[in-house]
Design a protein around this ligand. Structure first.
Ligand SMILES: Cc1cc2nc3c(=O)[nH]c(=O)nc-3n(C[C@H](O)[C@H](O)[C@H](O)COP(=O)(O)OP(=O)(O)OC[C@H]3O[C@@H](n4cnc5c(N)ncnc54)[C@H](O)[C@@H]3O)c2cc1C
Length: 315
């Protein structure tokens, strides 16, 4: 096993579907690899039902996370695992190597894979910061069970919001699904199930403007975008599910090509515009943010990085 002073062939940042898949493929190519991640499973831990991952009819986020970790640890002879947060990635022109910095350590590598996924987008409403973790949450599966038999709101009528509303309909007394548009835009199979739940009330054309309470959240105000009227809802919990933003802060100082929404651009082999720097999964301009696609991109990155390192070493 390599120690920290070695130069890794391939250094993976992120332990979600993309990063774990890359680790398995890199290990099988016998690349000297390290994976630096804060967790195994990434965003998938935020859901209690994955039913479209080929080969598994149903997995919880926790189960898939455990499976990822077990699979990567099976290759620990070839993959060093560091449970840590990366702070910065640099490329040194003098020796063509990357330096990856965490709070306590520095690693060097021929190639680096950015597989850092994305994080929840905030609403920017008044009181949102104040009541974060005091009634406001960005993860239904993690925090939803705390609101048994309460009145709660889900803000966001897309994929995650609809899924969250269904989840909470089994837990809460009433679920207000607050949607800024005229109709829900979640996955059709999920949207179809929502009217079947007696305790979900859909509020369309509603812009959430304010959260209020004392020590804990007591409610929220939203504006009807058609009439301009402001309404108040008393809720003990509010889950904000309005999309995600790519986690690129560790490479934002590099001259990396990104889309207008900040996703890293890469080619079909997951190469970015910086030589030796790869990116895959939800942090990139991936076609659709799904685990199976992220895993596929991780595999492609590892295979191409293997070719790249071999050519580099062969001169
Ligand atoms: C609520 C919800 C439900 C979903 N349901 C499904 C579903 O049913 N089916 C499906 O296919 N997809 C689903 N998805 C989408 C799926 O989770 C993502 O497409 C997939 O997880 C993307 O994988 P990834 O590896 O690119 O990123 P992520 O899963 O976001 O993983 C990123 C990894 O990077 C690590 N990381 C980030 N920054 C750093 C850093 N600076 N240093 C170290 N480590 C870092 C994180 O800890 C994490 O391990 C769902 C997503 C959500 C939020």
């Amino acid at each position: 096993m390599a120690d920290d002073t070695d130069i890794y062939d391939f250094l993976i940042i992120g332990g979600g579907a993309a990063g774990c898949s890359a680790a398995v493929y890199a290990a099988r190519r016998r690349m000297n690899t390290a994976i630096l991640t804060e967790d195994f499973g990434g965003q998938l831990m935020e859901t209690d039902a994955i039913e479209n991952y080929l080969g598994f009819k149903h997995l919880t986020g926790q189960e898939i996370s455990e499976k990822y970790e077990e699979h990567v640890r099976d290759y620990e002879d070839y993959v060093d695992i560091h449970m840590t947060r990366v702070e910065r990635v640099d490329r040194n022109d003098d020796d063509d190597l990357f330096t990856v910095t965490t709070r306590d350590e520095t690693f060097r590598a021929h190639t680096v894979l950015i597989a850092t996924g994305n994080s929840p987008r905030t609403l920017g409403a008044d009181g949102e910061e104040e009541f974060n973790n005091r009634g406001i949450s960005y993860c239904v599966v993690c925090d939803g069970p705390l609101y048994a038999d309460e009145e709660i709101a889900i803000i966001g009528g897309g994929y995650a919001g609809c899924e969250g509303a269904l989840f909470m309909s089994d837990v809460a007394e009433t679920v207000y699904l607050i949607n800024i548009g005229p109709e829900l835009t979640g996955e059709p199979i999920t949207v179809e199930k929502i009217p079947e739940q007696d305790n979900i009330e859909i509020i369309n054309n509603a812009e959430t403007t304010e959260f209020f309470g004392d020590q804990m959240l007591n409610g929220l105000r939203y504006k009807d975008t058609e009439s301009g009227d402001v309404h108040e809802l008393e809720v003990g919990g509010a889950f904000i599910e309005i999309g995600r933003i790519p986690n690129t802060e560790i490479v934002d100082h590099l001259d990396l090509e990104k889309t207008e929404h900040g996703h890293i651009k890469k080619d079909r082999n997951q190469r970015t515009n910086i030589d030796g720097l790869y990116a895959c999964g939800d942090v990139t301009d991936i076609a659709t943010e799904q685990a199976i696609l992220a895993a596929g991109e991780g595999a492609a990155a590892a295979l191409d990085a293997g070719r790249y390192v071999k050519e580099k070493k062969d001169g």
